[in-house]
Design a protein around this ligand. Sequence first.
Ligand code: FAD
Length: 426
Amino acid sequence: MGSPDTFYTETAINTAKFESLNQHIDTDVCVVGAGLAGLSCAQSLRDLGKNVVLLEAKEVAWGASGRNGGFVSPGFANGQDYIERRLGLKAAQSLFSISLEGVKIISNNIETYNLDGVAKTHGKLSVLRYNNESLVRDHCINMQRKYDCELEFVDRDAMSNYAQTDSYFQGSLDKQAFHFHPLNYCLGLAQVIAKQGVKIFENSEVIDMQLDANNKVITTKNGSVTAKQVVLCGGGYSGKVYGKINKTILPIATYVITTEKLGNNIHDFVKTKAGIIDNRKASDYYRIVDNDRLLWGGRITAKTSEPKQLAQLIKNDVLNVYPALKDAKIDFAWTGLMAYARHQMPYIGKLKDGVWTCTAFGGHGVNTSAIGGRIIAEAVADTSERYKQFKPFKLQLNGGVFGPLASQTIYRGMKIEDWWRESRFN
Ligand SMILES: Cc1cc2nc3c(=O)[nH]c(=O)nc-3n(C[C@H](O)[C@H](O)[C@H](O)COP(=O)(O)OP(=O)(O)OC[C@H]3O[C@@H](n4cnc5c(N)ncnc54)[C@H](O)[C@@H]3O)c2cc1C
């Protein structure tokens, strides 16, 4: 099965394929799922001297990792306030610096391996859709004071230098964040780690895992792997074969579109090269790609099937902010699944002896999956116990058949909260 038709697949560079598994292999570690989490884990395991087999049901980065918005910034799907409330400031600071390490992993890989077509562009502007200057100012001050994270405050007047719209009031600019072409990053990284010795197999869906004995047996349709340790990295696509994990994640769909090439006109509205994201819980986020196309993401839903009017649905969101773009045609529209835990923090930890989970990165998964992969690799190789920092974020059942309902309810709750805040302050 090929990758979905997206702006990224259309502009993918390194499309060399890996063969599917049709033999038996004995190895140290088997990683299941070749998204950002699996690739990063395999890379770090190899760096630590382990023999690794990486199995992918479809193609490298076929899941969320090759279809996302491309925003790379520190933090987790749940905010620092939540982490601070749960664990206290010191632990929250440590986790924030872990999340920043994830940003650096991606950045270093792009530079060290000179990855093609990744188009790394600095800046992320977070904007408020209602007027509350002190809220944004305090946020910038707090992030600097508590987390040593420099954010530039953007006031209402200065906002028009970034975005020509009445929708936004104040904002904060994170200059160390960046955006990139996630698929080209993953495809490039896969080639690099394959050359370093990671055995990658595509079109090799794992259909059975025997994980109780010392030697774990992982089976695909035409082959099998025996490994001392297994790392589960299936993201929102983790099916029944993932056992307990499948019962503890909420797969949540979200959408992205890319417009036709809009010419210089688009720069009259989106005036910055930075990516823009609004501060709502169900946020819009967008950036300019390919010089003059608008890549826009947003909405979340528990319905994992693609809506018929996907392009129009998201275009309405674009017009809500930039009504002048009414004639812009949509060239690509796609959907992808994120994995959420109920606490909206990742599952980075040990399931049982020799079995590790590295998943549930939610909508803030580029940096966190990169560092999650590294931390699990360190645990497997017994070089650190950093995974223990994620112990408070335990596996929580997703509500079984009520799981989708639960996530839809969460989404509605987010929308109502967003509406309430905007109408109260505008
Ligand atoms: C549309 C969209 C926009 C997003 N935008 C952003 C953003 O801008 N910034 C950000 O930080 N995060 C964003 N995210 C979140 C981020 O992309 C994800 O959290 C992250 O990519 C998760 O990586 P992963 O490796 O855990 O999962 P995935 O990338 O989903 O990879 C899981 C892989 O496992 C494979 N797999 C599943 N079952 C099996 C099996 N049985 N056998 C073998 N392989 C299997 C799948 O085929 C898949 O390739 C977005 C997500 C989506 C969907």
